[in-house]
Design a protein around this ligand. Structure first.
Ligand code: BYC
Length: 334
């Protein structure tokens, strides 16, 4: 091919060099499609960094879903009624399903599930900071539904329009289920706040006090300290910035807290007539980076649980593989 000899660009700013006119044309076509708001499918040409960024974000998201099963799973055997137990079981199972959709979406980018899990188990891959906090009481379970799933929905609805179609499709299904998760959490807290004892009401307030600030951190660092945002938004992977989503979450949640009858633990929270938003206090970003760096209250415990589940589940994976090989042999023989 004549294009092999036509180097068009040198390596620049960490971006891999575009070596051929053919690649430059592919890049131009890709950029035009992104600008036009088109979706990119798995078989379409895409720049290496777009692929890498997606793999990073989708695999982290998948890991968050399955690590996210642990704090709530901790309460399945201690749910206060049969109804709440059935709801919690279904919710935790849904999170496992979300992990599967997301691992499958990430696999379309060329990395195997085993490789992704290996990165999680070795501590190389990240997952959401929020799941490194403990669930101390039953009210934590409702608060996770209300606030953590509420923040997740705020963050994830715009990803339904992500430029990478397999991720966008997975997110549509996930968001539908997440809205039930949020409502069941709120409903469980409302039951305690409206009909509960003083001790139960205090338990809800205590859980809200502990989860509020970590939930605000879920959206990631401030925009001016977010290294991946500009490129992620340019590529249509992220549609709305970290700070904008955080503000939308605060604005939506304040009224829900009022209806519930709890206060949010922020003395600086006040309505700003000029901006038409709720102003809120300063987030402790040193805590966020400590948790992301592995030093949160439950990081070690969460990772150890995932590694143990992987090791103890080996016989299940082997049995499933043996079964599918047997089925394939039977189908071939028929
Ligand atoms: N926790 O440049 P930035 C769920 C990292 S699942 C840990 O702003 P980006 C649920 C970030 O990865 C919740 N790390 O990054 C499940 C980056 O490090 P690397 C998960 C965080 O990617 C079960 C560095 O900080 N949701 O809701 O542009 C039950 C700089 O950040 C966090 C998703 O994953 C964090 N909170 O934006 C209930 C949604 N924030 O990777 C609920 C999809 C930032 O360069 N993900 N970092 O080493 C996203 O939307 C984006 O990846 C983020 C970060 C907004 C999270």
């Amino acid at each position: 091919m004549y294009t092999q000899a036509m180097d068009t660009m040198r390596e620049e700013g960490g971006q891999p060099a575009l070596r051929t006119a053919e690649e430059a044309a592919l890049q131009q076509r890709f950029d035009n499609r992104i600008d036009a708001g088109d979706f990119i499918e798995a078989k379409d040409w895409m720049p290496d960094n777009y692929r890498k960024t997606l793999l990073r974000q989708i695999s982290q998201h998948a890991h968050s879903e399955i690590v996210g099963m642990l704090p709530e799973g901790n309460w399945i055997t201690r749910a206060p009624t049969l109804k709440r137990k059935a709801i919690l079981l279904a919710k935790v199972q849904d999170e496992g399903g979300h992990g599967l959709y997301l691992y499958a979406a990430a696999e379309t980018l060329g990395q195997s599930r085993d490789q992704m899990l290996d990165s999680l188990h070795s501590g190389k891959a990240k997952y959401s900071s929020i799941f490194n906090y403990p669930t101390l009481t039953w009210a934590d379970v409702g608060t996770i539904g209300w606030l953590v799933d509420g923040a997740a929905i705020m963050n994830q609805v715009p990803i339904c329009r992500c430029s990478y179609a397999p991720y966008a499709r997975a997110m549509i299904r996930i968001c539908r289920e997440e809205s039930f998760h949020q409502r069941q959490g709120y409903d469980s807290l409302l039951a305690m706040m409206q009909n509960g004892t003083e001790a139960q009401k205090a338990m809800v307030q205590d859980a809200v006090n502990r989860w509020w600030w970590p939930c605000l951190m879920m959206f990631g660092p401030p925009d001016d300290q977010s290294p991946n945002s500009a490129q992620g938004m340019r590529w249509g992977i992220k549609r709305v910035s970290n700070d904008t989503l955080r503000q939308k979450f605060v604005d939506a949640t304040v009224q829900q807290a009022q209806v519930l009858g709890v206060s949010l633990p922020d003395p600086d929270l006040r309505w700003n007539e000029a901006t038409q938003h709720w102003d809120f206090g300063t987030i402790d970003w040193s805590e966020f980076w400590r948790v992301v760096g592995g030093e949160g209250p439950c990081n070690r415990e969460r990772l150890a649980m995932r590694v143990a589940a992987w090791e103890e589940g080996e016989w299940v994976r082997e049995a499933a593989l043996a079964h599918s090989r047997k089925q394939a042999r039977k189908e071939k023989a028929a």
